[in-house]
Design a protein around this ligand. Structure first.
Ligand code: NAD
Length: 317
């Protein structure tokens, strides 16, 4: 089999390639050409999460194994740790193993950007970010590709961590301001990317017409926004089955505020089967739970690029 180590990924894939690969997955899933398998996600204690995301699409079969280990940052390593294994869909033979840490950040940010591209008001000028961990900078870079933002505002539970995000905004030429949660009322697009177990962003902090991409809740028990927001919004997701069980919608559904039948697969908007935003004052909310097919798509693209450049390392297993 071939190995593409983590250290090579940055030279092979950036936000543009990730956006294309992830948008294609949304379309394939809506058309029934690809499907995600049920996720396994287990709490290991101490905030550690471990599991498998798997699926099958045209020419792709595989699994991402790994998880979230919140103590890692203090050890100088990324909290998210994973590897993607690709198999030949015809024979089942293991084809390749690809470092999954950077790919996860790129594909998660790309999924949010696809939702912003499809659902945010075209003239949105103020981007709000809730969270300032490892993924937040990727979210900022990916969002900045799809709208002409003029300003970035951000909130984090520990404000000192916002400095890293401010540096990325400066690099992108965007004025940056740290705000209290109530300041998010100025944002026209809000990305939430935290590992919070209880919501910080309330309905009162969000203005009419805002698009929210809620990207942090990928496990039972996590929560980023007040459930009433989902009750009032038009809600979209990557995978309805995950949205109601382990995504942001889990809470609104459990409280009877959101009928699961109202959750629209984002892919159906991209293929024209379902309407997206229906009016300028509507709040749209993308519940990004993270699916295996997104991991497989970016990994397959990286593998093809690594092969073409002679960088994939053959190993015998
Ligand atoms: P990180 O550990 O680097 O950062 C965590 C962030 O959450 C920080 O901003 C921190 O201040 C904030 N936070 C933690 N506890 C909080 C609380 N109680 N209230 C408010 N904020 C709190 O994590 P990361 O790598 O940036 O990932 C962020 C989240 O995104 C994680 O939950 C991760 O599991 C999730 N994630 C989701 C997907 C997906 O596809 N949906 C993919 C990757 C990661």
């Amino acid at each position: 089999m071939l190995v593409v180590p983590e250290r090579l990924i940055a030279g092979l894939m950036g936000p543009d390639e990730a956006f294309e690969a992830v948008a294609e997955v949304f379309r394939q899933t809506a058309g029934g050409a690809a499907r995600n398998f049920p996720v396994v996600r287990e709490a290991l204690g101490g905030g550690r999460q471990y599991g498998f995301k798997s699926g099958m699409g045209p020419g792709a079969l595989g699994v991402k194994a790994g998880g979230y280990f919140p103590g890692n940052a203090a050890r100088g390593i990324t909290n998210h740790q994973s590897v993607v294994t690709l198999f030949d869909p015809e024979t089942g033979r293991p084809e390749a193993m690809i470092g999954g840490n950077l790919l996860t950040a790129l594909r998660t940010a790309a999924a949010a950007a696809v939702s912003i591209d499809a659902l945010a008001r075209p003239g949105a000028r103020v981007l709000g970010i809730v969270g300032a961990g490892h993924q937040a900078a990727f979210q900022l870079r990916a969002a900045a590709r799809v709208r002409r933002f003029e300003r970035v505002i951000a909130w984090n539970r520990t404000p000192e961590r916002l400095a890293g995000l401010a540096a990325v905004a400066e690099e992108l030429g965007l004025p940056f301001e740290a705000v209290p949660l109530a300041g998010m009322r100025e944002a026209e697009v809000i990305v939430t990317i935290t590992s919070s177990p209880a919501y910080a962003l309330a309905a009162a902090h969000v203005s009419p017409g805002t698009h929210l991409a809620c990207m942090g809740t990928d496990t039972i028990g996590k929560q980023e926004v007040e459930p009433a927001l989902l009750g009032a919004a038009r809600v979209f997701t990557d995978e309805p089955a995950q949205s109601v069980t382990l995504g942001e919608a889990q809470h609104a559904v459990a409280q009877g505020l959101l009928d699961p039948a109202r959750i629209v697969p984002l892919g159906a908007v991209l293929t024209g089967e379902a309407p997206g935003r229906e009016d300028p004052d509507q709040i749209t909310l993308y519940d990004g739970t993270g699916v295996g097919l997104q991991d497989l798509a970016v990994a397959a693209r990286v593998l093809a690029l690594a092969k073409a450049r002679g960088l994939a390392i053959p190993v015998e297993i």
